[in-house]
Design a protein around this ligand. Structure first.
Ligand code: AMP
Length: 302
């Protein structure tokens, strides 16, 4: 097994308004954010790869260039002749942001359609990271393919980490979302939910209740993030709570959870220590939310 952190999911084109009818193009997505931060946090002898699918057109090439320039290995990316990448546009009205999406035909939905490709992509990874969005965009049969690849990877000693990132609008029904997320949790070493989502869509009264529910589903460890409140780390044998340092000047909470997950997992892969992993996660997320945008370059040059 190699020192590889592999994230799987969808990276999208982001069009952000810059003025009257003009936009700047970027690339974003929850699992991509985590891969991007993991690359910054992990030592240089670790490889960070991204498993997705893109087309062969110009914007797909630009996305791959962006990933490569960020130090992310695009070897696990599937290339499709007849598809392109998904896109979203940030719309501003009276200072409020809203999002319009074009993703129903996105290439990333095919990331698990070829089982041989998927198995090769995950074959060597020490850790496989994915989210509820990764699962939501897959056709139903490909979710099973994805789960079998996870099981095979775990059987050879890989760790698996999952952020449920509950987004009901992406799923066929809320019941399907809850069932699929629960099944995925049972295949994971780390389940890393944000309590706000779990309260809204599973009705958990407390963060401990979310942890208990995912442990009952078969997760080895649950790390429940809860904004400024304590982070709960629970396994069947143990439960610890860690208080993140207060953050005074919150500018934009985009990617708080994604960056927390990256720094937590990067530290855990190196040290195996839960307390220092939570500290790393909370410190990075605390910095990210004091800046605008998902990808905040707050790292010393290597
Ligand atoms: P969330 O996904 O919103 O629960 O946030 C993920 C992580 O970001 C939390 O576990 C904290 O470490 C950090 N975080 C988010 N919001 C705040 C806040 N208001 N104050 C301090 N830390 C925060």
């Amino acid at each position: 097994m190699s020192k590889t952190f592999l994230a799987a999911g969808e990276c999208m084109v982001e069009m952000a308004p810059t003025g009257q009818g003009t936009f700047s193009m970027g690339f974003a997505g929850d699992t991509l954010n985590t891969a991007w931060y993991a690359r910054k946090c992990l030592p240089s002898d670790w490889n960070v790869g991204y498993c997705t699918a893109v087309g062969r057109d110009q914007v797909s090439e630009q996305m791959l260039d962006f990933l490569t320039q960020s130090g992310i290995d695009v070897g696990p990316v599937r290339r499709l002749d007849d598809r392109t990448v998904g896109l979203y546009m940030i719309q501003l009205k009276n200072g409020e942001r809203s999002f319009a999406y074009w993703r129903s035909q996105a290439a990333a939905r095919q990331l698990a359609a070829d089982i041989d490709h998927l198995q090769t992509a995950v074959a060597d990874a020490a850790l496989i990271y994915f989210s509820g969005i990764t699962l939501a965009i897959l056709p139903e049969r490909d979710r099973d393919t994805f789960f079998s690849a996870l099981k095979a990877a775990r059987a050879r000693g890989a760790k698996t980490a999952f952020d449920p990132n509950l987004r009901p609008r992406l799923w066929e029904t809320e019941d399907t979302m809850r069932a699929c997320v629960t099944e995925a949790a049972g295949l994971c070493d780390f389940v890393m939910p944000s309590f706000e989502d779990e309260l809204a869509h599973f009705g958990d009264p407390t963060a401990d209740a979310s942890a208990g529910r995912y442990l009952a589903a078969g997760a080895d460890m649950v790390v429940v993030k809860n904004g400024p409140e304590e982070v709960i780390c629970a396994s069947r044998e143990n439960r610890e709570a860690f208080q993140p340092k207060p953050v005074a000047n919150i500018v934009d909470t985009t990617a708080a959870g994604d960056s927390f997950n990256a720094a937590f997992l990067a530290e855990y892969l190196v040290s195996g220590n839960i307390a220092t992993s939570v500290d790393a996660g909370a410190r990075l997320a605390g910095t990210v939310i004091q800046n605008r945008g998902a990808l905040v370059d707050c790292f010393e040059p290597a």
